[in-house]
Design a protein around this ligand. Sequence first.
Ligand code: AMP
Ligand code: GLY
Length: 428
Amino acid sequence: MKVLVVGNGGREHALAWKLLQSGKVQQVTCVPGNGGTALMPHCQNLALNMTDFEGMARFALVNGISLIVVGPEAPLAAGITDYLRQQQLLVFGPTRLGAQIEASKAWAKALMQEAKVPTARSAVFTDAGAAQSYVKAQGAPIVVKADGLAAGKGVTVALTVEEAQGAIAAAFSGEFGEAGKIVVIEEYLTGEEVSVLALTDGITIRPLLPAQDHKRLGEGDTGPNTGGMGAYAPAAIVTPALMERIQTEILQPTIATLKQRQIDYRGVLYAGLMITPAGDPKVIEFNCRFGDPETQAVLPLLETPLETLLLACAKRQLADLPPIAWKSGAAACVVLASGGYPGTYKKGYPITGLDQVDDAIVFHAGTQRQPQAIVTDGGRVLNVTAVGDSIDRAIAQAYTAINALQFEGMYYRRDIGHRARTVEPTSN
Ligand code: AMP
Ligand code: GLY
């Protein structure tokens, strides 16, 4: 079969790589892809805009594409799935309505309440004055969230009332566009965060291995929020008993409520969870897609062919499959970023050493293939991923592999997996 993957990040490189590991997938086309997907055998890039649904449909129909897998949230929220399904194409990814679970935090909160899913207490405001009064009454710490998609910048964990008020003022002044003029204010939760990515066909839902992401730029989880500086799987904090609770208290009720609302949700339901000090899972946010970089740490451990799972979701046949099979061991993914990220950074620096990496997989994110070299083309540039028989081994292997790689301004965290590891990683 031939598969089309929409997106250009490390997540999409990992999806394409995993799809091609199965003997059944002969070719993957990435729209628009990156330097890594351009280099990978049996994979090609198609230079279309991710909003060009018509162009993608035409390509898919002419080339006999059996499945379209959508990586990022923006095309999902813009209705790519609705459009492609109208063209009789098979799509892995929720419809525009389903994507509201990520695209509107107020909508997601209302759904969680309806589904009785444990989450932070919250209130929704469309008026700045009312929001300011609420924050004064509640006190800090408190969390202020712009309603719509804000590329990871719409959330302020405010440690003081003044900080919260600043965030409210920024949102209502239009900093995040129209969608920011609705604000969700939320109880501050403490505990440990985990990401549970679950596959669903809208009826059945099956979690993948739990993962942990490192969202902050700096070591020790300090500094500004980023798209994610590294990840590892499985996250040991999620014991089988806790995963059972996540399944029955969070994933199943959410899918059942979406179904009741007649929302056709076939894709990933990503639950960003806080495991509270009492050991209870609470939802921080839902995403309508695979996590990045969690996917890069989870997929290398997957034993079941990925296309079997994604096709079953797209065809609403997930219940017919045997349990998802996993390799033993653990995986760690370290993100190599451009100096300056998540602020401004330069692009176009040549990357050296890509052919000298042993015992690790290098998923490309912001890279571009040029005639002479692979060059940097984004904030998060490479995702160096290693699989080992223990999390310590996986982390050590990933850091050893990084020694071979270089580009100007390269930055990475040296403590990926710090909550899980039992020994210090190789320093370099
Ligand atoms: P989000 O964009 O919703 O993923 O939020 C970004 C980050 O803000 C999360 O990964 C958490 O670290 C933090 N955060 C969001 N909501 C809360 C909350 N209610 N309590 C504490 N931290 C939160
Ligand atoms: N790694 C966080 C996300 O994908 O949203």
